[in-house]
Design a protein. Structure first.
Length: 260
C-alpha cells in the first residue's frame, strides 16, 4: 500500500495537534509527528525544542499540546486500515529518550493488544547509537534511518550539523534499522537506482517531499516549485517508492491516482 504521510497533520489545521492528525487520518492519510522530550521527561508532540521546558510551561504557551500516548490512542481510533504513523525523534542526543519512547510503546501495546502496532508505527531520524538502544529495549519497534545526498552528508560540516542524516553507504551495513527515510535536502538523491539499492537491502523507502526543505540550509531546489514537485512525486511513484511525506497530501494522492 502506497503511503502518504501528512507532515505534522493535515494542512490548514494547527500543526502537531490532535485536530490536524485526526483530519489527516479521516482522509485516509498516514501521519508524521514530532516528538520532543520535555525537561520533566514527558514525550510532547511539538516541533520546537522542548528540552529546557516542563510540560506545564509548554502548555502555557501552546495549550492542548498532545503527548505521544494521546497521538497513538487517536491513531487506533481514527486511522484507516494499512495507514502508518511516522514518529520523528527531534532530540536524538537525549540519553533518556530511548527508554521513554520504549516505555510508552510498551504501555500502549499492553492496552491495545488487538492493534497491529509494530507494523503500523515507526520512529525515525535516529543516530546509530540511539537506534541500537531502542532496538535493545524494544526489538519489535521499527526504526527508519534518514539518508541524504552523498555530496552533502559525506562532508564533515554537514555530518556535524545534522548527525542523524547519513549517506547511503554508511547505513548499508548497519543492522539496527528497518526503513530508509529518504531525505533529499537539495537535489541528487532520488533516482531509480537509489530506490533499487534500498530494495536490495530489504528496506521500505519513504521519500521526504521538497517543500519540507523550503527553510532549511541547504534548501531544496524544488521547494517552491509546485509543478516540479508533482513531477518528482510521479517519478518516485514510477520508481517504486513506498510512500511520500508531504505538506500537500491531497495533491500527492491525485498524482498517485493518475499514475495507476
Amino acid at each position: 500500500m502506497f503511503q502518504i504521510f501528512a507532515h505534522r497533520g493535515l494542512l490548514g489545521f494547527p500543526e502537531n495537534t490532535l485536530l490536524s492528525f485526526r483530519k489527516a487520518l479521516e482522509r485516509g492519510f498516514g501521519i508524521e509527528a514530532d516528538i520532543h522530550c520535555t525537561r520533566d521527561g514527558k514525550l510532547a508532540i511539538i516541533h520546537d525544542s522542548a528540552g529546557d521546558k516542563t510540560l506545564d510551561k509548554i502548555m502555557q504557551g501552546r495549550p492542548g499540546t498532545p503527548l505521544l500516548m494521546d497521538v497513538l490512542e487517536l491513531f487506533v481510533k481514527s486511522s484507516k486500515q494499512g495507514t502508518l504513523a511516522a514518529l520523528h525523534l527531534k532530540y536524538p542526543h537525549n540519553e533518556i529518550l530511548p527508554a521513554l519512547v520504549s516505555e510508552v510503546i510498551k504501555q500502549f501495546s499492553l492496552a491495545n493488544p488487538g492493534f497491529d502496532l509494530f507494523n503500523r508505527v515507526f520512529v525515525f531520524d535516529a543516530t546509530f547509537e540511539l537506534a541500537e538502544k531502542i532496538k535493545q529495549l524494544h526489538p519489535s519497534l521499527k526504526i527508519a534511518l534518514s539518508v541524504g545526498e552523498d555530496m552533502l552528508f559525506k562532508q564533515r560540516r554537514y555530518r556535524a550539523k545534522y548527525p542523524t542524516v547519513y549517506a547511503m553507504e554508511d547505513v548499508a551495513g548497519f543492522p539496527h534499522y528497518d526503513v530508509v527515510w529518504a531525505d533529499e535536502w537539495r537535489a541528487g538523491l532520488f533516482s531509480k537506482e537509489f530506490i533499487e539499492k534500498c530494495r536490495g537491502l530489504g528496506k521500505k523507502v519513504y521519500a521526504v517531499s521538497p517543500e519540507l526543505h523550503a527553510r532549511t540550509n541547504p534548501s531544496h531546489t524544488l521547494a517552491q516549485d509546485s509543478e516540479g514537485r508533482k513531477r518528482l512525486w510521479a517519478d518516485l511513484i514510477k520508481w517504486g517508492v513506498d510512500g511520500v511525506c508531504t505538506d500537500y497530501p491531497e495533491e500527492c494522492r491525485q498524482v498517485y491516482d493518475a499514475a495507476q
